[in-house]
Design a protein around this ligand. Sequence first.
Ligand SMILES: [Zn+2]
Length: 255
Amino acid sequence: MSEYEIYALKYAGPFVRTGAHLMWYRDWDKIEKINYYIWCIKGAGETVVVDAGVTPQMAAVRELDGYVNPVEVLDRINVKADEVRHVIITHMHFDHAGGVSLFPRATFYIQEDEYRFWLENPIAARPPFKHVSDAASTTYLASLEGTDRLTLLNGDQQILPGIQCFLSPGHTVALQTVAVNTTRGTAIIGSDCAHVFRNYQEDWPSALIVDLVGWMQTYDKLRERVSSPDLLFPGHDLLLTENYPEIARDITRLV
Ligand SMILES: [Zn+2]
């Protein structure tokens, strides 16, 4: 089977958060830091980007410290955003889907339930959901519906040989994680199923929960399918930049 490498690309941060944001309903008195990332999967002649980051316009509006346009970050490993063909969107929070317009030739892969929720469910317009979403990128994706640039997935599905999306609800209605065949077996880009490694280690979710039961079931599913616990990667941990070989500025090779 095709084998790939996985890169974490920091595009913004660090941001200060209370501990209770990283470890839900705990650690109120702790101050922690997180980064914003996208990921890149390379191998077998293919390049797949996981999540889209945010546009410069949104970064200015949201006053994101340490922001670098994801297009520039990708360029450091010779990936041209305007030539990328495959972009997997794990979920439609602004820090993951806000940059879809930076990839003008890509096909976007999203769980259909996630997409429909943000587009069609009136609950998505209520304050706690509106706060973490982005109207511009949602509209952009909606404009692609019915074309070959938007592929809506239903459950676990293969994108390319050795790259599979897993339905992984909890943090959002239908977040998806990305399982990748590597030299060390199956690694999983877990996105916000965990903000930090400690969530997996301590079997404890991070903040922004739509379904806590689903979240714990997602943990069971990911643990069963990943080849080793250290190949299950969180969405916002500073350790993604600190604990792995840096191959360009703010870019590390996870496996
Ligand atoms: Zn996130």
